[in-house]
Design a protein around this ligand. Structure first.
Ligand SMILES: [Ca+2]
Ligand SMILES: [Ca+2]
Length: 324
């Protein structure tokens, strides 16, 4: 399963990191202190109702820190203890997007796994018009064009045909996993939802005739953001003749406010107009490049760039230093 998630994309895996469950993700390298307020502060492994905020703190707002002003990560909180038998949706329900997928996490604080009798769905109003789509009934909110039914490892999609839901196949499988200490999480291709630029959503859990709708009335709005990479200042180690010159930068991805650790790195540098051969790698939270400096280069200048491209987006920084 983990391998499948890694192959399928970073979304669910990154969600594990974003909510502070790095260990469950199999050793991802992002450190908790790099997370924003993210659900890191709201969710802990084995969380109980105590980790859900009080109703007075109900929020629907972007999760962001000063460093990642372009964050796409949003968190939504539901009341707890508003159910009889259905899984109780809690705080820190998460939605985010990159250029290809939308990642949705549902925090069910009183469950530890998918179980017989429990059902989980997300209803989406993809034309942001509550007057079109579903008519409300028990366990179904008004205005939805799509419903994702979340099941172990593979979820399914239904589309509203005007009077009822039709099951539809997706071009890309809806990658799904139960995140320990949190609840179900999935990533769905934007194209499979008609690539909406904004939508509203309602989380629904069911057990028997009991439901938890989150929010209780209406829907939570979400606006899709263009995927963005934010590069820090480039840091260059003291360049010495005959040694490897190393330059690196931190690049934050907008979907999870975490360091980018995938993509294509390009390393370019010139020593007085002559190209140096470079090599790039992801090292911890850094995108790093290395170039071997000729032994006779002392006192000469090296001008270079470190760049990384992921999902068609490039982050690039330049430097110009004198060889010691
Ligand atoms: Ca609830
Ligand atoms: Ca609608």
């Amino acid at each position: 399963m983990k391998q499948m998630l890694i192959r399928a994309g970073t979304g669910v895996l990154a969600l594990l990191i974003a909510i502070g469950l790095t260990a469950a993700a199999g050793g991802a390298s992002t450190r908790p202190e790099r997370l924003g307020v993210a659900a890191h502060d709201l969710v802990r492994p084995g969380s109980s109702s105590a980790s859900c905020v009080e109703p007075s703190a109900m929020r629907s707002k972007p999760l962001r820190n000063a460093q990642a002003a372009k964050s796409a990560l949003h968190s939504y909180d539901d009341y707890i203890e508003d159910v009889m038998a259905a899984p109780d949706i809690c705080a820190a329900n998460i939605v985010t997007n990159d250029n290809q997928v939308i990642t949705i996490g549902m925090h069910a604080h009183d469950r530890t796994a998918f179980a017989e009798g429990d059902a989980y769905s997300v209803y989406l109003d993809t034309d942001s018009n509550a007057a079109t789509g579903t008519t409300p009934e028990s366990g179904v909110p008004a205005g939805a064009e799509y419903a994702i039914d979340i099941t172990d490892q593979a979820s399914t999609l239904r589309h509203w045909n005007g009077t009822a839901f039709d099951p539809i196949s997706t071009q890309t499988p809806i990658v799904t996993e139960w995140v320990d200490g949190y609840g179900p999480a999935l990533e769905i291709a934007r194209a499979d939802l008609g690539d909406p630029q904004s939508f509203s959503l309602v989380y629904v859990t069911t057990n028997g005739v009991d439901h938890d709708l989150a929010p209780d009335t209406g829907m939570w709005p979400y606006t899709v953001s263009p995927f963005a990479l934010t590069a820090s200042r480039v840091v260059v180690a003291t360049p010495r003749a005959g040694k490897v010159l190393v330059a690196g930068m931190e690049v934050t991805r907008s979907d999870f406010d975490i360091a980018l650790d995938e993509g294509t790195i390009t390393c370019r540098a010139k020593l007085v107009g002559k190209n140096l051969a470079g090599r790039g790698l992801f090292a911890g939270d850094l995108v790093a490049c290395g170039w071997r400096i000729p032994k006779n280069a002392r006192g000469k200048r090296v001008a270079g760039t470190v760049s990384v491209t992921f999902q068609g987006v490039t982050a690039k920084r330049s430097f110009n230093v004198r060889v010691r």
